[in-house]
Design a protein around this ligand. Sequence first.
Ligand code: PHE
Length: 477
Amino acid sequence: MAAIGSAIGLGNLWRFPMVAYENGGGAFLIPYIVALLTAGVPLMILEYALGQKYQKSSPGSLREVKPGFEMIGWWALGIGASISFYYAVIMGWCWDYLIYSFTQPWGDAPEAFFHSVLRLSSGPGEVGGISWPVLAGLAATWISIYWIIKKGVLRVGKVVMITVPLPVLLTLFILIRGLTLPGALEGIRYYLTPDFSALLSGKTWLQAYAQVFFSLSLGFGILTAYASYLPKRSDITNNAFITSFADAGFAFFAGFAVFSILGYLAQAQGVPVGEVVTGGPSLAFVVYPTAISLMPAAPLIAAMFFITLLTLGIDSAFSIVEGVVSGVRDKWRISQNGAAAGFCTFGFLVGVVYTTGSGLYWLDIVDHWMNNYGLVVIGFLECIAIGWFFGTKKLRAYINEVSDFRIGWWWDLFIKWLTPLALGWALVANIVEELSVPYEGYPTWALLVGGWGVVAVIIILAGVLTGLPWLEKKEGE
Ligand code: PHE
């Protein structure tokens, strides 16, 4: 349940529907399912198996494979940590908007209002002032995360019993509300109309793989950490299939809710659906508020929507933190509470950067780098470590011993060849594109600092942590 909570996050609600729409609509389901089965599921089985077999999180279990591989684990946690720093800021906006829901101060200029809440400056070079509401929201997020994980995974287990089903239920309500509005069907038609020619473009397939990785929370050491808490004989294959299909199913379903409302907005404004479609933050904080203001019972629906975002996000956010905390606790003798308090305070302090006027720009840059390089590189390295050094047969024997559903030689083929090839190809294609067009037209220095700079810091830190000695807990401590 916790792994499903980690997987189902903001990405399902605002990333999947947009990526699908831009890459062939209904036809996108084909590359998406292919990516899910050829990369998502095999790698998830691998991450679960590692954690469960060695009862350690990512650095510790990769160290068992080969001591130097510990670094891959820290690298994964570093990427996760830097994602959590801005993910918490986005959730901070959600807290603010939850409060605004009751009075809807965005009026008829939601975009200008969003920018004024953020105190948005003119570019990454102009730092601007701190936005106090965002800072308060950020504090609320970190306090919640700390409260949930300070006592360890038992509390996590209880919290996810609420934060996983609740947003699904709320999304269902939003969908029902959406479908009863005029224009909804037009929106859905827009979402699903298949454009099979998109399948001929390499970009569509790349996007499908990237979306699968981000959405399944692969490559951040999270699933390995969660699996390390399971008894050694728990079923791995079943868990991997359930997590993957629950995540993909919710993403597809969320698309109906999103596009029914977009259809309604388009109709109300008398423009084609294509003109109201946007991805990323503006979908949640500009387009949706606009649509909601037009509906009867707007405050209620708005509050419901932001509670959905908060409950979707919180279990993804604390899963990253728990991944890091359990990695640190495997290596050093430190209490759960101490590690959690330390990490949450640090996360809050780093997050202050994103609460300034230039915050949104930095968030955008870091997000792009982490997702395009971080995750794909880690997935690739994990495949190499297991496929070429540890041996897929050996790990598969363990997986099959504890799982109901036995996996065959196909899994070896994927981990050794197909998955790393697909990821390597994605990586090269990304880098070529990066070097040819500067991302979103940002100045080069900003991309060097927020993009390559952050990546370099993470790699160096991972190396340093790997070099430090282990001061493990004694048995039973
Ligand atoms: N899987 C989450 C989503 O779809 C995102 C996430 C990324 C969660 C990284 C944890 C770690 O939104």
